[in-house]
Design a protein around this ligand. Structure first.
Ligand code: PLP
Length: 263
């Protein structure tokens, strides 16, 4: 018998295997954590884009979480694509029912790089009011942080202000990812714990093959937490993992290739 830490992803399926549940489970595996999943939606997807989105019924999401909650308590959990306010409210109810608040990382997935909507507009408010207050951490990119806070984010001061606002909404740690900033040759991420701002930067890699980066990064943070790392440590190791995954992205398909999950 081997004992192992357990991580759960509550997210959408990417049939092409580069993002969503598939990216999360591959990342958990590579980082030495046992992975479980509760599906919120199916997407028909490949490197060319998203061809279809098929959400689950909220009760179907609840049934998966009940099966997990009653037998396999996760050490850490992440949410990815949640799609609708009904699914978000169901996930929030189950997080509370099973006492998972201290273990929850929210990746506020909104729009795929190709433009497909992975979170309905009507669901943004539910994400803020129902799920964010339950989070240990939230990992928005700059456009997601703008959508959640309603502010335009340009310089460093704006980033710190956005992080403060997100912290006030209830997440304990804010990981504001800077990879979408069109300026600079560094990708600068910001970690805020309500007291201190910590900046972490890495060289920007010139590639279009970045499909699944957000999912992979938040899964790596979640794996680190499952392994018992502190949040700054989990974020630093996740940043190193995603850096390597982008540097060595995979040349498959005719479109935007996926990041490389092999550690
Ligand atoms: N498809 C699913 C199911 C996802 O959860 C995500 C995550 O953000 C994406 C697609 C986005 O992929 P991309 O990195 O290409 O924006």
């Amino acid at each position: 018998m081997t004992s192992i830490r357990i991580a759960l992803t509550i997210a959408g399926s990417d049939s092409g295997g580069g993002a969503g549940i598939q990216a999360d489970l591959k990342t958990f595996q590579e980082l030495g954590v046992y992975g479980m999943s509760a599906l919120t939606a199916l997407t028909a997807q490949n490197t060319l884009g998203v061809q279809g989105v098929y959400p689950m019924e909220p009760e179907t999401v609840a049934a998966q979480l009940d099966s997990i909650g009653s037998d396999l308590p996760p050490d850490a959990i992440k949410t990815g694509m949640l799609f609708s306010s009904d699914i978000i409210r169901m996930v929030a109810a189950k997080v509370k029912q099973y006492g998972w608040q201290q273990r929850l990382v929210i990746d506020p997935v909104m729009v795929a790089k190709g433009g497909s909507q992975l979170l309905l507009q009507e669901a943004v408010q539910a994400l803020i009011t129902d799920l964010l207050p339950l989070a240990l951490a939230i990992t928005p990119n700059l456009p997601e942080a703008e959508m959640l806070t309603g502010m335009k984010i340009h310089g460093r001061q704006d980033r710190e202000q956005a992080a403060r606002l997100l912290h006030q909404m209830g997440a304990q740690y804010i990981v504001l990812k800077g990879g979408h900033d069109p300026e600079g040759d560094e990708a600068v991420d910001l970690l805020y714990d309500g007291r201190e701002f910590q900046y972490m930067s890495s060289p920007r890699i010139a590639t279009r093959h970045t499909h699944g980066t957000g999912c992979t990064f938040s899964a790596a943070v979640t794996a680190g937490l499952a392994l018992g790392r502190s949040m700054p440590e989990a974020v630093r190791t996740a940043k190193a993992f995603i850096q390597a995954a982008i540097e060595d992205s995979l040349n498959i398909g005719a479109g935007q290739g996926p990041t490389n999950h092999f550690a």
